[in-house]
Every structure is written in structure tokens, then in C-alpha cells.
Write a protein that binds this ligand. Structure first.
Ligand code: ZN
Length: 341
């Protein structure tokens, strides 16, 4: 099986993934783990990733994709994989499709573990961990009998400071904003599946297994592979640049980065002939195919440079907004902190 597992924080995705790994004998490929391992092992990709992080930037999509591709060469992926934590947006999903098609391992499905918002809040905000032995409790669903102390060792139970309602609801909102377009993307491909995740672990697991066992086998079409290869050749560089920009939007150093990119794109724009072609929505397949000739390539570079400039301009305005939002949010946080005390 070749699936992407999607679920909010607190959805039980991690638990389910472990159970699936055991039953189906396929690895769970978590991009977070891949990154940490590659950096620790100082592989070439790991070093690239570390350089980006040391510079205060996020690791580019291309580096992450290359890590996934490298991981997929390991023999334990022979029967498939469970992708976790990637993709998080449409450009990543598109790039993933291209790469998997080229490897002739197309995704069979994206499976969402869907849990009600209120339940997610309960699961996360109610979480208490024993300081001494690490036992986990939940004041709503599985409370300790001794209230503030661990049933097993009597240790103090700790409530993580960032497990408060405000932080969690923000995290959940970010998750929803990221996930909604992805669900639409996979729905369009008829690859979207949803498992309701409010019930018991075993019940949810059974549902997931039923979905997985009925996934279509999906052999890659020759045309898809060819398209994938030509798309990667023609669009690789510009797409990476753009994706990288999107990734660094929320980064503190994004302003600097934007300036840098602006300079390089200006150079490129000068080299390329001027064009009045307006850039419409990115990435329709047709457009990508057209971009294979040299002329089209140059055109794309020029228009993308324009778009990059626009983005950079937007970014310059962005930090102000952020600050304003922080100010607004600040008093609430203080109150919440007092309450907890
Ligand atoms: Zn304990």
C-alpha cells in the first residue's frame, strides 16, 4: 500500500500508524524523523538541510522530497509506505505526485482520520503526564485516581504549558487551513478516504484496514511517467524557488530572503525577453507541458520573477500585520496564564 495518513494533532494518527506498520509490514515515513536522521547522520541532504536551518530558513520542499525519494530506495518499502507529515500544501502534493509517478509508485490514497474539534480539544488540553515515570493521563477520558498524582508511582502530574486552549485552537486552525485544500486535491483525484476517528482505537483501526484493503492497485500510466519526467526537467528550478518562498513566508528571516531572491530574479528577468503574458494560476498540467521549449522556459522565468517581486512586496507589508495581531492577542494570553496559576 502507498498512502498518506492525515490527521489533526490529537487525532490518534501516530497510534494508528504504528498499528498499521505492524500489520502491513510497511514503514511509516515521517518527514520530521527523516530530517532529524539525515542531519544527525550528516548525509549530503542532511548537510543541505542543516545549512538552511542554521541560516534560520526552513528546509526547502526539494530537499524533503529528495529525502523521501532516497528513503523509498530502502528494501523495507517494497510493499509500500505510510507517509506522515508530508505533503502539507498543494505544491508539495503536486511535487510528490510527480516524483512518485516517476518511481512508478503512485499514491493509492490519502486517508484522513477525522475527529471532532471538541474532542481534539479535550484530548490535548486534558493531557497530564507523570513527571517521574512518564505515564500519561487525561482528566476527561482517563483521569488518575489520585487526582494530581500518578496512580503507578505517586509522582506529580504535569500539564504542558502549551497544552492550553488558546494555543491548541490556534494549532488546530492552522491544521485545518492546511488540510482543507489537500483534501480537495485528493478528492479531485478520487484518492480521498475518510475514517471517522471519534471512537475506540480498535474500532478506528478496523475501519482503516478496511479502507486500505479495498484500495485500488493503481498501476502508473506510461503517459503519467513521461509527463512526470519532462515536468521535473523543465520546471525543477523555478518550482523549487517558488516553493521555498512559500515555505519561508512565516520565517523571521523571510524579508532578507525575499530581497535576495528579488535580486536574482531581476537578473534573470533582464536576461529573458520581456513579455506581457500574465501569470494565471500556477501549475495546470497543460501549462507545464507547454513550458518545455526554450522560449516557454524563458517566458516562465520572466513571469515568475514578476510574481516573486509581488510576493516580496507583500512580505514587506506582512510583518506589521503580525505585530498588530500579536499585540491584540497578548492581553488574553496573560489572563490565561494567571488563571492557570
Ligand atoms: Zn508515575
Amino acid at each position: 500500500m502507498r498512502i498518506v495518513l492525515v490527521g489533526a494533532p490529537g487525532s490518534g494518527k501516530g497510534t494508528q500508524a504504528k498499528m498499521l506498520v505492524e500489520k502491513y509490514g510497511v514503514p511509516q515515513i515521517s518527514t520530521g524523523d527523516l530530517l532529524r536522521e539525515a542531519v544527525a547522520a550528516k548525509t549530503p541532504l542532511g548537510l543541505q538541510a542543516k545549512a538552511a536551518m542554521d541560516a534560520g530558513q526552513l528546509v526547502s520542499d526539494q530537499i524533503v522530497l529528495n529525502m523521501i525519494e532516497e528513503r523509498l530506495k530502502a528494501p523495507d518499502t517494497q510493499n509500500g509506505f505510510i507517509l506522515d507529515g508530508f505533503p502539507r500544501n498543494i505544491p508539495q502534493a503536486e511535487a510528490l505526485d510527480v516524483m512518485l509517478n516517476r518511481l512508478q509508485k503512485p499514491l493509492q490514497g490519502a486517508i484522513l482520520i477525522d475527529v471532532d474539534f471538541d474532542l481534539l480539544m479535550q484530548r490535548i488540553t486534558g493531557r497530564r503526564t507523570c513527571v517521574s515515570c512518564g505515564a500519561v493521563y487525561n482528566i476527561y477520558t482517563s483521569p488518575s485516581k489520585l487526582e494530581d498524582h500518578c496512580d503507578q508511582c505517586g509522582g506529580n502530574l504535569h500539564h504542558r504549558a502549551d497544552d492550553n486552549e488558546e494555543t491548541i485552537s490556534n494549532r488546530l486552525r492552522v491544521y485545518e487551513m492546511q488540510t482543507a485544500p489537500l483534501i480537495a486535491y485528493y478528492t479531485n483525484q478520487n484518492k480521498q478516504y475518510t475514517q471517522e476517528g471519534n471512537g475506540e482505537i480498535e474500532e478506528i483501526f478496523e475501519g482503516l484496514c478496511n479502507i486500505i484493503d479495498s484500495l485500488p492497485l493503481l498501476t502508473p500510466q506510461k503517459e503519467d511517467i513521461e509527463t512526470a519526467i519532462s515536468m521535473e526537467e523543465s520546471e525543477n528550478k523555478t518550482t523549487i524557488m517558488e516553493n521555498h518562498q512559500e515555505l519561508t513566508t512565516f520565517d523571521d528571516k523571510s524579508k532578507e530572503k525575499a530581497k535576495e531572491t528579488e535580486v536574482t530574479s531581476e537578473k534573470k528577468a533582464k536576461e529573458a525577453p520581456k513579455t506581457s503574458v500574465k501569470r494565471t494560476t500556477r501549475s495546470t498540467k497543460r501549462k507545464k507541458k507547454e513550458a518545455t521549449t526554450m522560449a516557454a522556459k524563458k517566458k516562465a522565468t520572466a513571469t515568475k520573477a514578476k510574481a516573486t517581486k509581488k510576493k516580496a512586496a507583500k512580505k514587506k507589508a506582512a510583518p506589521k500585520k503580525k505585530k498588530a495581531a500579536k499585540k491584540k492577542a497578548a492581553p488574553k494570553k496573560k489572563k490565561a496564564a494567571k488563571k492557570r496559576k
